[in-house]
Design a protein around this ligand. Structure first.
Ligand code: UDX
Length: 436
């Protein structure tokens, strides 16, 4: 099929390349010429495992093209809109200006019978508002949220857990759902659940999923706070409750909390939308989820301060990690970077390392010192703070190796990813999150 993808950020670039890799003819469109130039050369504009390969392959095959000319959308049977919905400046709601601008520029190029598929994460009610404009040109709007995780984005797009498509309850809506089944034929053929809903449900599925995941993380982090005043170990607690299949161990990793381009802004936008709908109290717990999450960043900083006898002033603190999670170079709302900035503000000599995210981190926090080499980062450090659980730090850095480099023997494990017993046995003062 011929497809267009409007917006070539994280979601759009991966979607375009993934759709080409399953045999479609795809044009990716974005207003940012630098992004388009890189993509057109077959170069991934951000770090995402597997993307580079399918991008280069798609571009070389001629099935995948990129342009900043929106008129190139003409002739596609399905137009995916995957532009960003960041947090509004000075508020918690989602900023829909990119979505509105994308529809505005796309609609003159949409033909009768086309399907326009919204993929952006939007406040519930957005699709119903946009639908009449799409219907006015004889096309059908569907809402088709994505659930991709950074680091697994290619796999999550080609082989998702489920596909959700919100459609209008009309014959055109039914036809549009069928078109989407054809778009995702490999996943549909292997029996991936394909759930057809109304617009509101489809929009809500996305934010509800993210709200649930965020709540699960903050739940275990709340238990970590209780563990901290009782001497309990939250990692053992998580293992024990996680054996109950109704609970499950995944997303019960207590630590410095969640960040990234989705969970933080999505729960805030959800709470803001619920307020608008007069149901603020229904999701008021999300404010607590957010607050617990932000407290964990402060806790990690406090552990470093306490371990260095109450002051980090003029002490060298090596910060292992800048990305909001491993296998990503994304530093948006990164707890790791947040902690580094706070320590810098307290007068510490902070050196940050990360296998992928240094460039992005430097752009947003230029005042910090960055060092690509892990060992140079920890050399002469008074304390080591591990905040992104890359294998380079979690598995490959042994306490014996670190002992030969640092001045102090203080390690704060912001992700509960290090082997506490091994570090202690090597003479280190080990501090975990929610652990004795
Ligand atoms: C998330 C959702 O998982 C995905 O379905 C949605 O489409 C977009 O948002 P992503 O932002 O890539 O994906 O990250 P995810 O893997 O969910 O992790 C989010 C944050 O939670 C990270 O900062 C991670 O370190 C943290 N986390 C995760 C924990 O602190 N503990 C855990 O147990 C799991």
């Amino acid at each position: 099929m011929r497809l267009s993808v409007i917006g070539c950020g994280y979601l759009g670039a991966v979607h375009a390349a993934a759709m080409a890799s399953i045999g479609h003819e795809v044009v990716g469109i974005d207003i940012d010429p630098r992004k388009i130039e890189a993509l057109a050369r077959g170069e991934a504009p951000f770090f995402e495992p597997g993307l580079q390969e399918i991008l280069a392959e798609g571009v070389a095959s001629g099935r995948l093209t990129f342009t900043s000319d929106i008129a190139a959308a003409e002739g596609a049977a399905v137009h995916f809109v995957g532009v960003g919905t960041p947090q509004l400046q000075g508020g918690h709601a989602a900023d829909l200006s990119h979505v509105n601008a994308a529809f505005e520029s796309l609609l003159p190029h949409v033909r009768e019978g086309d399907v326009v598929a919204g993929k952006s994460t939007v406040p519930v009610g957005t699709a119903a508002e946009l639908a009449p404009r799409v219907e006015a040109v004889g096309a059908t709007l569907v809402w088709n949220p994505e659930f991709l995780r950074e680091g697994w984005a290619v796999q999550d797009t080609i082989d998702p857990d489920r596909l959700v498509t919100g459609v209008p309850s009309t014959p055109a809506g039914e036809r549009a759902a069928q078109v989407l089944r054809e778009v995702y034929h490999p996943a549909v053929a292997k029996g991936t659940p394909f759930i057809v809903t109304d617009y509101a449900t489809a929009e809500l599925v996305k934010v509800a999923a993210n709200a649930f995941l965020a709540t699960k993380i903050s739940f275990i982090n709340a238990m970590a706070e209780i563990a901290e005043v009782t001497g309990a170990d939250v990692t053992q607690l998580a293992d024990a409750i996680g054996h109950d299949v109704r609970i499950g161990r995944r997303f019960l990793g207590a630590g410095i909390g969640f960040g990234g381009g989705c969970l933080p802004k999505d729960i805030r936008a959800f709470a803001a939308r619920a307020e608008e709908l007069g149901r603020g109290e229904s999701v008021s717990f999300l404010r607590e989820v957010d607050a617990i999450n932000l407290r964990r960043r402060e806790r990690a900083v406090q552990l470093v301060v306490d371990a260095l006898d109450g002051s980090v002033f003029d002490k060298k603190v090596a910060v292992l990690g800048a990305a909001f999670k491993p296998f990503s170079d994304d530093v948006r709302d990164s707890p790791a970077l947040h902690a580094a900035v706070r320590l810098h503000g307290l007068g510490a000599h902070v050196v940050v390392t990360d296998p992928q995210a240094i460039e992005n981190a430097r752009r947003v926090q230029p005042q910090l010192n960055y060092e690509p080499d892990r060992d140079a980062t920890i050399r002469d450090a008074d304390a080591v703070l591990m905040v992104t659980e890359w294998d380079e730090y979690r598995r490959e850095l042994t306490p014996e190796h670190a002992s030969a480099l640092t001045v102090g023997r203080v390690v704060v494990d912001g992700r509960n990813g290090l082997d506490a017993a091994a570090w202690r046995a090597a003479g280190w003062r080990y501090y975990g999150m929610g652990r004795p």
